[in-house]
Design a protein. Structure first.
Lengths: 502, 128
């Protein structure tokens, strides 16, 4: 039972993270320790080599000093042996297994230590020509050979000269086994120390990691709770520890689906509403027209007035639905522009025609500014028309009697610019920043006539302009009126390109 | 002024049928008949002589295209048709629709003025 619990525990994020990091650290420490031990070993070998070289130097000096020309093949053993410091050094140095002086003819004498059997058993007693040549040229050489029971032996050689005459060779043998043995003695302590330090470091770091990942896991659990809230269900009580990272990734997949399905539902809802409203709107707007045209008999002025109000509100409602549908479709990417060359002057003219009556009713001068020479622009005619309708409607709401509204189009380099300028009450600079945001309305502003609207017009206009690759701008000052202009870049160029060449 | 126009209204929405019928008869002074399905509409145009058909794009038992096919088989391809429907779709095949006799498209909800203009252009002198 306990074993299963433990196993399940290890599926939790913090347990896995800790074990993983723990392993990394353990491996790192192991490698580090190995490197330290290896360095120590190299150190020992270097020390042994230094010892041997020193021995050779001192022996060479002694031999040179004690050399008697009349005894070329013999050293004064007694005098050598009595050179106590040297003998002591050789005798007490465990690493040095033998020290030999060999004259050029091959006769050898030991110095301070008995010659191990193996040196003569194998051919190592004689020096080969290569080694001799090396000694002559460089004054020193090394050889190595394996043997039992001494293991690997490293022999350091030196040539002894006096007055340019070769007296002989000094050979000092260093046993690696002895080096290892001495090293072993020293290293064992060091290794134990290293091991102890490693374990302490490992334990401390592991605890630290465990603590850190526990904290991290808590944060993740908080995110998990939020995710569950988004999915509108409660966090299930957990019997055993789970891997929170894994769970989170599942939960986020579910959230992704939820968002996607919400978007679809929203689009569907908007489309259904727009579709369902056509029939009742037809009846309302249609029968208002019908009655006003006398379809059910004569209508007096008062009745006509009220019918007119019903009709206008029906239009307003329909306009709102159309705008919202446009916005929804623009956001959803399903609204397509139908781009083609068109005459900007034509749009302006139709705009002025459309609003002529309304403007004169309210004593406002409506002016059209056509380009000096007709040119072709490139964009969506209907959408440009829609945008201008919105802008002029806005101007009509805020321009007082006696004022002026100017609608125009002009060439601006390779772009076509449309603008609506009014002499209305203007917009203070502080309120201008958010004008093109959906549903934004300046609270203090009250239209002079007409209805306030829902703050969609400018937002939609901006999106429509951008969908044609253009940009829209507004400049206004209180008491000085407003100019809203939008440009369709490359409008003129594209139109010229689209036209078939004569 | 000649004989009043004989118009067929094809729409599955009773509100729309009632309204269009009222407008055509009481405002324009035409004669109007109604059909709620493609089948009924095709039957009527086949048997009666209609000067104009006002039709929606989707009826309960079929689409505008279905009606056009049926009407063509019945030899009524040339009867002028005015579509009164939801927004014109982007894949509206102008050419083939014109081939079926469709001469205009009005978006619901349509105003009486729009109707008057469309019919007036196609049948000059027919409106009071």
């Amino acid at each position: 039972m306990n074993k299963i619990r433990m196993f399940r525990y290890f599926s939790s994020f913090k347990a896995q993270a800790t074990v993983l990091f723990g392993l990394y650290i353990a491996v790192a420490l192991f490698i580090l320790s190995g490197m330290i031990v290896h360095l120590q070993k190299t150190n020992f070998l270097i020390m042994a080599r230094e010892d041997a070289k020193q021995a050779i130097q001192e022996l060479s000096t002694t031999i040179r000093n004690k050399w008697k020309p009349d005894q070329p093949a013999k050293l004064n053993k007694a005098s050598l042996r009595s050179y106590s410091a040297l003998a002591q050094m050789i005798g007490h140095n465990d690493n040095i297994v033998y020290a030999v002086f060999q004259d050029p003819s091959g006769v050898s004498q030991y110095i301070g230590k008995s010659i191990p059997e193996f040196v003569w058993m194998s051919n190592h007693g004689k020096l080969d020509e290569t080694t001799k040549r090396l000694l002559v040229i460089t004054g020193e050489a090394t050889r190595s050979f394996a043997s039992y029971p001494e293991g690997r032996v490293m022999e350091y050689l030196g040539a002894v000269y006096k007055d340019k005459k070769l007296l002989g060779y000094v050979r000092v043998g260093v046993s690696e086994r002895n080096v290892s043995a001495s090293m072993g003695r020293l290293t064992r302590d060091t290794v134990l120390k290293i091991l102890a330090v490693n374990i302490i470091i490992l334990l401390c770091l592991t605890l630290l990691i465990f603590y850190a990942t526990s904290r991290f896991e808590l944060r993740l659990k908080k995110i998990q709770i939020k995710a569950h809230r988004m999915l509108e269900r409660k966090m299930p009580e957990q019997e055993e520890p789970q891997n929170v990272l894994q769970q989170l990734s599942f939960e986020f997949e579910e959230i992704e689906h939820l968002v996607s399905s919400l978007k679809n539902k929203f689009m569907e809802l908007a489309t259904t509403i727009s579709h369902e409203f056509r029939s009742p709107m037809q009846a309302i707007a249609g029968y208002v027209d019908f009655l006003r045209l006398g379809g059910a008999g004569p209508v007096n002025a008062e009745m006509d007035k009220y019918l007119k109000i019903i009709g206008e509100n029906a239009e307003r409602f329909q306009g709102f639905i159309d705008n919202v549908m446009d916005l929804v479709r623009l956001d959803g990417g399903t609204l397509k522009m139908s781009l083609a060359p068109f005459k900007p002057g034509e749009v302006v003219r139709r705009m002025v025609e459309l609003f002529a009556n309304q403007a004169s009713e309210h004593g406002i001068r409506l002016k059209a500014t056509l380009p000096e020479e007709e040119f072709m622009a490139y964009g969506d005619f209907n959408r440009v028309y829609q945008i201008l309708v919105n802008l002029v409607s806005n101007s009509l709401k805020f321009t007082p009697q006696g004022g002026e509204i100017e609608v125009g189009a002009r060439r601006n380099g390779m772009a076509v610019e449309f603008f609506v300028r009014d002499t209305g009450c203007g917009i203070p600079a502080a309120k201008q920043a958010n004008l093109f945001t959906e549903f934004y309305q300046i609270k203090e502003s009250e239209p002079l006539r007409g209805f306030k609207g829902l703050g969609i017009g400018l937002a939609l206009s901006k999106k429509l302009v951008q969908a044609q690759g253009g940009f829209i701008a507004l400049s206004s000052a209180p008491g000085r009126g407003t100019v809203v202009s939008f440009q369709l870049p490359q409008g003129v160029k594209a139109a010229e390109a689209a036209e078939p060449k004569p | 002024m000649g004989k009043p126009l004989r118009v067929l209204i094809a729409d599955d929405d009773p509100v729309v049928r009632l309204f269009l019928s009222d407008v055509l008869t009481k405002v324009f002074g035409f004669e109007a008949e109604e059909a709620a399905t493609v089948a009924k509409a095709a039957e009527k145009t086949a048997s009666g002589a209609f000067d104009l058909v006002l039709i929606d794009r989707n009826l309960a038992d079929g689409t505008l295209e279905d009606y056009c096919r049926k009407a063509a088989r019945g030899g009524c391809r040339d009867v002028p048709k005015l579509v009164i429907s939801g927004e014109k779709p982007l894949n509206w095949d102008e050419a083939s629709m014109t081939g079926c006799g469709v001469f205009g498209y009005l978006v619901k909800p349509c105003r009486i003025d729009e109707l008057r203009e469309m019919i007036g252009k196609k049948f000059p002198g027919s409106l009071k």
